[in-house]
Design a binder for this molecule. Structure first.
Ligand code: BDR
Ligand code: CA
Length: 308
């Protein structure tokens, strides 16, 4: 099994990405670290605790950095509601957050996995950048950071910036320049791997986890509804799916430059596909552009059904 830590800001799509990771039975999930994004740190951390309790997972849930590196938090209340995971009712967690520093926790997990740890990063990259700044000697021991974030063509917060990168561009810049193997599952691919309303109904019929996933989608789809079509876009689940089967995707090794300036394009991930010769030594990320939607939905349903 692939050892992973799940760094997230739940978040409707963070939640279903976690379901997929756990239901696949292909990962050894060593812990969850939380980062502000969809909502403030205390809210997303509580949401993560609720999800682990619902799934019966006995793993550490750790609260990470309280704020982005160089700016204030900007919760995505219009997308994820007041709690960060509005919609279904989940009981208040009995479990407590682990009393460790998230950055030290990540460092310890990297060491223990002996070069095999993959970090699935589906929120802003604040925790990951802080880790790389605090423990630069561990860079070579991280197997991969599989990110949901960024976009080669067009953003969802500004015309050019995707939310996770826009929420902490300084952190994203550090991560993309680090030289650690990176996969970028950006809006280019996530917008293509939508789930239709009839598919949501199929998911609802898959058991208690399917029901919860569908209830999360019921709320989340209100944001995506355009012209009466309520497809849902479970962005974060795509990063999990890429790890499960990279062959399902169209991926290219390209240089990514994050704009952390204060211009109109702050938070933009510039993907150098054709426009500049950067030389062979430029840092590359695996940039994911497209994937097989039918297989994605099938795999999603399979993982959810496994959880009962
Ligand atoms: C990303 O932003 C958040 O709202 C989602 O959880 C996802 O990680 C999509 O831009
Ligand atoms: Ca997220």
């Amino acid at each position: 099994k692939m050892p992973i830590v799940f760094d997230c800001d739940p978040g409707h799509d963070d939640a279903v990405a976690l379901f997929m990771a756990v239901g696949s039975e292909r990962f050894d999930l060593r812990g969850i670290t939380c980062v502000p994004g969809n909502n403030l740190l205390d809210k997303v951390s509580q949401n993560a605790l609720k999800l682990t309790e619902f799934l019966g997972l006995d793993i550490p849930v750790v609260a990470g950095c309280p704020k982005p590196l160089a700016q204030e938090c900007h919760p995505a209340v219009s997308v994820h509601g007041a709690s960060g995971m509005e919609g279904p009712h989940l009981p208040l967690p009995k479990k407590q957050l682990a009393k460790v520093n998230a950055i030290d926790f990540l460092a310890q997990q990297i060491r223990e996995a002996g070069g095999e740890l993959t970090i699935v990063a589906v929120g802003p990259l604040t925790n990951i950048a802080t880790l790389l700044l605090a423990y630069p000697e561990l860079k070579g021991d991280i197997k991969r950071i599989c990110i949901m974030g960024g976009s080669a063509e067009g953003g969802n917060v500004t015309p050019v910036a995707e939310f996770n990168i826009w929420h902490d561009p300084e952190a994203a810049r550090i991560v993309f320049a680090s030289g650690v193997p990176i996969t970028m599952c950006g809006l280019d691919v996530t917008h293509r791997l939508y789930i239709t309303e009839p598919e949501v109904e199929e998911i609802r019929a898959l058991g208690r986890v399917g029901r919860l996933a569908a209830e999360l989608f019921d709320y989340y789809k209100m944001y995506h509804g355009e012209g009466g079509v309520h497809n849902v876009i479970p962005h974060d689940a795509v990063a999990v799916c890429w790890l499960l089967d990279p062959e399902m995707f169209y991926t290219r090794s390209l240089h990514v430059e994050v704009d952390a300036g204060s211009s109109l394009s702050r938070g933009c991930t510039q993907v150098f596909a054709i426009s500049r010769d950067l030389g062979d030594d430029s840092v590359k990320a695996e940039v994911v552009f497209d994937g097989d939607r039918d297989k994605f939905v099938q795999m999603f349903k399979h993982c959810i059904a496994n959880l009962g």
